[in-house]
Each structure stands twice: as structure tokens, then as C-alpha cells.
Design a protein around this ligand. Structure first.
Ligand SMILES: [Mg+2]
Length: 167
């Protein structure tokens, strides 16, 4: 279980993701978590820099899809801003939403990376399906109350993983 929380890669920001490295690994699809990964929690709009970064991914040959545990209305609104398909109410760490995203992009799990800010939803779910998991630092400290609780567990897991040299 603990091994499934270990991301394949950990980065500080989205811009630190080495896209060439992903291509070399045969990855041509990227699943993005929404809240605190590409947009601050509760914010209605993508910031221009991230919007630009997401838009240039297709020019680099990547397909993208958003997978969020948030409701359809919000996810659809953000997905429209970056012209991407989406899966809302994904119930991560369930594999179902990720599987749906992989199918939507017409790819296999081995060809897909997932980028998210939470070990217990994005990384755990992505690892369970065999995606290349990328853990990014959360954009904002403001979070959904449920997330605040899992963050405490996440802190414990991080401490444990670090102490055993797995992170
Ligand atoms: Mg998130």
C-alpha cells in the first residue's frame, strides 16, 4: 500500500515537468488533476501562465484530459477553458476515472502520465492503474475541508516514506 503512494516523479511546479523525458518514455497523454494542480481551489479561472502552458502541450504532441473529484459544473467550465475532455466526480483513488480518461485519449496506461497534488488520490489512483505518476506541490494552501484531513495523513505518509528512503 505504502509503495503505491510513491510518485514516479516529484516536482515543485508544472513547469518543472520535463516533457522530453516523458516523450522518451513513450508517454503521449497527460491526465491533470484540477484543484491545486492547474488551478487554485475554488478559483473560477485558469491563470494565464498555466493556461498558456497547457495549450502548448498539444503542439508538443500530448493529448490531455482532466480528472477531478469535483462536480461536473466546475470541471466542465475549466475543461472548456483548455479545450480538454474531462472526467468529473472521479472518486479518486478509484481507477475508474483514470481508466475512462485513458480510453478517452485513445491510449494505453503505459502511454499516460498523471499530474496531481495529492498522494492519496492522484498518485495512489494513478499508480494503481500503472500510469507514470507526477506529484506537484499544491498551488494554494486553501483547501476543501476533506482535503485538509487527508493532508494530515499525507504528512505522516511523507515522513514515513522519507525515513525509509522511498521519497
Ligand atoms: Mg488536487
Amino acid at each position: 500500500m505504502l509503495t503505491l503512494l510513491v510518485p514516479c516523479l516529484a516536482v515543485n511546479t508544472l513547469y518543472d515537468i520535463n516533457l522530453d523525458m516523458l516523450k522518451q518514455r513513450g508517454i503521449c497523454g497527460i491526465v491533470f488533476d484540477l484543484d491545486n494542480t492547474i488551478i487554485p481551489w475554488n478559483s473560477p479561472d485558469l491563470c494565464p501562465d498555466i493556461h498558456f502552458w497547457l495549450n502548448q502541450l498539444s503542439g508538443q504532441g500530448f493529448k490531455i484530459c482532466l480528472v477531478s473529484n469535483n462536480g461536473k459544473r466546475r470541471v466542465r467550465q475549466i475543461a472548456a477553458q483548455c479545450g480538454a475532455p474531462f472526467v468529473a466526480r472521479a472518486l479518486k483513488p478509484s481507477r475508474t476515472g483514470f481508466r475512462q480518461a485513458v480510453q478517452t485519449m485513445g491510449l494505453t496506461p503505459a502511454e499516460v502520465a498523471v499530474v496531481g497534488d495529492q498522494l492519496f488520490t492522484d498518485i495512489l489512483g494513478g499508480n494503481r492503474l500503472g500510469l507514470f505518476t507526477i506529484w506537484v506541490k499544491p498551488l494554494a494552501s486553501q483547501e476543501f475541508i476533506g482535503t485538509k484531513i487527508t493532508r494530515q495523513l499525507e504528512k505522516l505518509a511523507i515522513r514515513l516514506l522519507k525515513s525509509t528512503g522511498r521519497l
